[in-house]
Every structure is written in structure tokens, then in C-alpha cells.
Design a protein around this ligand. Structure first.
Ligand SMILES: [Zn+2]
Length: 242
């Protein structure tokens, strides 16, 4: 199981490396819910995240996340202690702190230029992250950290980018035009062929084959002489034989 999990993570990491330019050290933005889940499941984030991602990891959070954890009091005291050890990334909410989820989303705005991974247990935040391209999502499930597979949004973004790179805009139009033309051409061509086949020379060719088969047999000489006689007698026999 562990090896399989690692394999999936490696595949996903490779995708983000090549498609979105992610590099080590991986920047993982963690929120209070993730820290709380790690505490509950006895997961040492600092040790396990680099192992799982097979590389150097920079654990970070934001001032808003810390403020939120402070405001939630005793129950999240442990999570707050964990989050406090991470690097604090500056956000634009210096004067008016916002909720942790809003803050993390804003840090990954504009196509996630800092290549943040977002680690959260918040379903609402997860859903919003999946709607963006190029923001890897991490969560804890059944006592283990999981790097989510690329969202359909990320996959389609990459596909669109690849098509865009290979074919410039003005050529795309030409290709569409050609496709239209070819589409019409092949359709009419197929129709024409079908008609030919339907009214094709099936009955005649079948008759010929049947008559050709006995020709190369040992009786060739005798048959030939018979045919000569038939040919002399009348024209219909000649037509059948040839
Ligand atoms: Zn903030």
C-alpha cells in the first residue's frame, strides 16, 4: 500500500513539475484544519511530508491562519502550536485579517505564481482549489497524508496549453477550414464508393470464378475440344465460357 501511495504521489508531482514549473523546495501552505488532523492522527508533518513528496519541503502558513487559530481558543491550541513553527508568508490582509481559507486562496491567486501546495481538511476550500489549475491539494485521510491527483481543471489547462503551443492561432483557423473541406470530401467519396459496390460486378465475377476453377484440371485437353465444338455451334455458349 505504501509503495503504491508513493507511486501515485510521484506521478502527480511529475505532472506539476513539467506542466506548472513546480520545483524543490516544495512550498506547502498549511491551514489549521490540517494541523489539527495531523495532531489527531499522530502525524509528524515535518518528518512525513518530505518523505512522502520525496524532496525538500518548505512548510508555511499565513498570519490570517494563525490569527484564526488563536481566536478559536483551547480546542485548537495544539494545532496553533504546530502552525506557529512554520514560516509565515505575507498576505495582503495585514490590517484586516480574513479567515484562513480565504487567505490561502488569495495566496494561490493569479495562477499560483509561488507554486504553493495547499494542505487542508476544509472541504469548502478543497472544492475551490480544485476549480483552479495548478494548485496541488493535500489532505489527511486514514492516518496518512495524501497528495490529491490533478483536478480535471489542471488537466484541461495543460491540454489547452499544449494545443496552443503547437499550433498558432491563425493556423488553427486554417486547420479547421481544411477539416471542414476534408469532411465534406470524404463523405461524398464514401457515398460514391458505396454506390459502386452496390451496383458492382458481383454476379458476373462470381460466374467467372466458378467456370475458371475446373480449367486447370487434368481434363484440359478434352474440355478444350468440347468448347471448340460449342463455340462453333452458337454464340451464347461463347459468352458463358469467357
Ligand atoms: Zn491573510
Amino acid at each position: 500500500m505504501k509503495i503504491k501511495r508513493q507511486k501515485h504521489a510521484k506521478k502527480t508531482l511529475t505532472f506539476y513539475k513539467y506542466s506548472f514549473g513546480f520545483r524543490e523546495p516544495y512550498q506547502v501552505l498549511l491551514d489549521g484544519t490540517f494541523c489539527q488532523a495531523a495532531l489527531k492522527n499522530k502525524i509528524q508533518i515535518k518528518e512525513q511530508l518530505p518523505k512522502y513528496l520525496m524532496g525538500e519541503v518548505q512548510l508555511c502558513t499565513s498570519r490570517c491562519v494563525l490569527k484564526e487559530l488563536e481566536s478559536l481558543g483551547k480546542e485548537l491550541y495544539g494545532a496553533k502550536l504546530i502552525a506557529q513553527r512554520f514560516q509565515v508568508r505575507s498576505c495582503s490582509h495585514f490590517k484586516d485579517p480574513v479567515s484562513g481559507s480565504v487567505c490561502l486562496l488569495s495566496l494561490a491567486d493569479d495562477n499560483n505564481p509561488h507554486h504553493y501546495f495547499i494542505a487542508t481538511q476544509d472541504q469548502e476550500l478543497s472544492t475551490k482549489i480544485k476549480k483552479r489549475a495548478g494548485v496541488p491539494l493535500m489532505f489527511i485521510i486514514q492516518n496518512t497524508i495524501v497528495l490529491d491527483k490533478p483536478s480535471p481543471k489542471s488537466l484541461s489547462h495543460v491540454q489547452a496549453a499544449q494545443v496552443g503551443q503547437l499550433v498558432p492561432e491563425h493556423q488553427k483557423q486554417n486547420i479547421e477550414h481544411l477539416k471542414d473541406e476534408q469532411g465534406v470530401a470524404t463523405e461524398s467519396g464514401r457515398r460514391g464508393r458505396k454506390r459502386k459496390h452496390q451496383s458492382g460486378p458481383n454476379p458476373l465475377s462470381c460466374l467467372k470464378k466458378k467456370k475458371k476453377d475446373p480449367k486447370p484440371s487434368v481434363k484440359a485437353a478434352g474440355e478444350q475440344s468440347k468448347r471448340k465444338r460449342k463455340r462453333k455451334r452458337g454464340k451464347p455458349a461463347v459468352l458463358q465460357a469467357t
